[in-house]
Design a protein around this ligand. Structure first.
Ligand SMILES: C[S@@+](CC[C@H](N)C(=O)[O-])C[C@H]1O[C@@H](n2cnc3c(N)ncnc32)[C@H](O)[C@@H]1O
Length: 242
């Protein structure tokens, strides 16, 4: 499917350096900008992983570890690894894990989703929330997710999208294009939230992104729009090649 939305590779911030600059304010900004709905989206992402009690789970672009925490809370015996290139975001995450007493169950490692330091078939679930948009070579990261996920495992990708639809779509688009950059710049004192708006507009429509997932070795099980398409939840498993 084609779209009038421009695809702009220059808005991908793959190194994590940009996130180092906003790490200390990231959680507060997330809650305010998403009007609190981001944690509900994360809970749906955890459910989509359909984890067993002793699952081993990898959360990519884990940032300050909110999704890794939600995964660990959902399965008290799960073993969770969070990976991110931003040392600043991981430091905030580590302090949170220590406060919550979760540091023994969640380990946070510095790394890049495009080159995972893990063996094939080593996780029951692999997740990435609001992260794939920032990865410079998305097919490479998706192929890595397929590689490290066990054949019976699940991959869950939560990502923001360009809100569509004629009823509440215009309101959601106003929020993304006007409220988010203004509020973000005001609260963070930085221009980084202009990047957020641009990177959302540059991300492919959900049907197109699902095709990229298929071409990268994932069998797409469902694509669910959340909150008028402000976000989409993509659920997949590694494809079995015949
Ligand atoms: C918007 S934050 C999302 C953090 C977290 N997943 C959440 O739900 O709040 C995006 C994260 O993507 C990370 N990132 C950027 N490039 C990456 C890459 N190549 N591989 C893995 N993570 C990356 C950034 O460092 C940042 O922490």
């Amino acid at each position: 499917m084609t779209s009038a939305i421009p695809h702009d590779d220059s808005v991908r911030g793959g190194s994590g350096a940009m996130f180092d600059r906003i790490a200390s304010r990231y959680d507060m900004l997330n809650r305010v900008i998403s009007l609190g709905v981001d944690q509900g989206w994360r809970r749906r992402t955890v459910r989509a992983l359909a984890l067993g009690p002793e699952a081993r789970v990898l959360d990519l672009a884990t940032g300050t570890a909110d999704l890794a925490i939600a995964i660990a809370k959902s399965q008290p015996h799960a073993d969770v690894v969070g990976l991110d290139p931003s040392v600043g975001m991981l430091d905030v995450g580590r302090a949170k894990l220590a406060r919550m007493g979760l540091d023994a169950r969640i380990s946070l490692v510095e790394g890049d989703a495009m080159a995972l330091p893990f063996e094939d078939d080593s996780f029951d679930g692999v997740s990435i929330a609001f992260g794939i948009r920032n990865v410079p070579d998305r097919p490479k990261a998706l192929a890595e997710m397929a590689r490290v996920t066990r054949p019976s495992g699940r991959v869950a990708i939560l990502e923001l999208g360009e809100p569509r639809g004629s009823v509440l779509g215009p309101l959601a688009r106003f929020h993304v294009h006007r409220v988010v950059p203004t509020l973000g710049a005001w609260l963070s004192g930085a221009g980084e939230y202009r990047y957020l708006e641009k990177s959302i507009a540059a991300f492919p429509p959900s049907e197109e992104f699902a095709d990229v997932m298929r071409e990268s070795g994932l069998d797409v099980l469902s694509v669910q729009p959340l909150t008028f398409g402000v976000a989409n939840l993509y659920v997949a498993r590694p494809a079995v090649w015949s």
